[in-house]
Structures are given as structure tokens and as C-alpha cells.
Design a protein around this ligand. Sequence first.
Ligand code: ZN
Length: 186
Amino acid sequence: MRLPIRKYGDPILRAKGKRIETVDDEIRALAGDMLETMHAANGIGLAAQQVGHAMQLTVLDVTQVEDRPSTMTLNGEPIADLATAMPLVLINPTLRLSEEIELGSEGCLSFPEITADIERASSLEMEAETLDGDKLRIEASGLLARALQHEVDHLNGILFIDRMSSAAKASHGSRLKRLQKETAKM
Ligand code: ZN
């Protein structure tokens, strides 16, 4: 089932996600709905907050974008074809970021029509749990590293506008105000 995507101005986007202790049928169903919603919206990542649930759950699929490469290892094994490892459903993810920073373009399904260059760590290590309760360790660079940082930010109530340069944020100021007003009316 496709879920409505919460837009900027909705207070749930600022809520820190609760740690998931037990994966039950409800969480499994939510993860399935989030994957369907993300794919239907042509997104590469979606966090639980974006569909109204403040919990540590996110889904990703970077294979929709062909011109921005990623590297990935899964539990220490290099993944040559990312399509074999996608989509990802991640529970309680934590990140360890590289010191090296790179600038890259980002958008967000909660901010239609807004993109900006955002500084992110160029690579990272992530630990998370799967729907089956297994531990997962991923090393990533490129678009996947960027998407993971964007989604884990969502799980902590942090939005990509918080990481925009003040000039970029100012240039989107009127669109952001309009978006907040539209959301408040719903
Ligand atoms: Zn987002």
C-alpha cells in the first residue's frame, strides 16, 4: 500500500525515531509499504518519519540512479552489482563517518522541487539490523554513502536543509515558506 509522504512543516519530520526492539508483523508491513511508496515516488531512500512513524526504520534503493556510482561491501564482502543487494531495509542503523568530505547534489521526497549541494562524509561504515533480526555491516562510498547519511539524519529528526549552506537555504527561502504553509493547511 502506498502511503502519503509527509512534507516539510509536518512536526513528525523533526521527531527522533524510537529504537525498534522487536520486529513484528506491523513493522514488516510498514517496511513493505515504505518500499512501495519510495519506488512509486522514484526516490532512493525513505525514512519512517516521512510516512508518519517516529522509529528507527529506513529503506533505500540507489539503483534507480545510474549516473552516480557507489561502492558497497556487505558484511565484509564486496558487492560488484549493487542491484543484487537492493533494496535495503535497515533497522536501528548507526554510522561511522570518514573524515573526508565531499559536496554532492541532494533532494528529498519531503521537499518537492528542492535540490541543493550538501557536504557529506565521502565514505562510511554502517551497522544495522534486518527485518529477520540479523546484524548487517555495510561499508559504502559514493551515492550510497550519501543516501545512508541523509536517511539516518531523518531518523534523528535532522533534515537536509539543516546541512545546506546559508546561501543555498536563502535561495530556497520562498519555496520553503510556501511548502510549510501548504503543509499546515492539510
Ligand atoms: Zn529526505
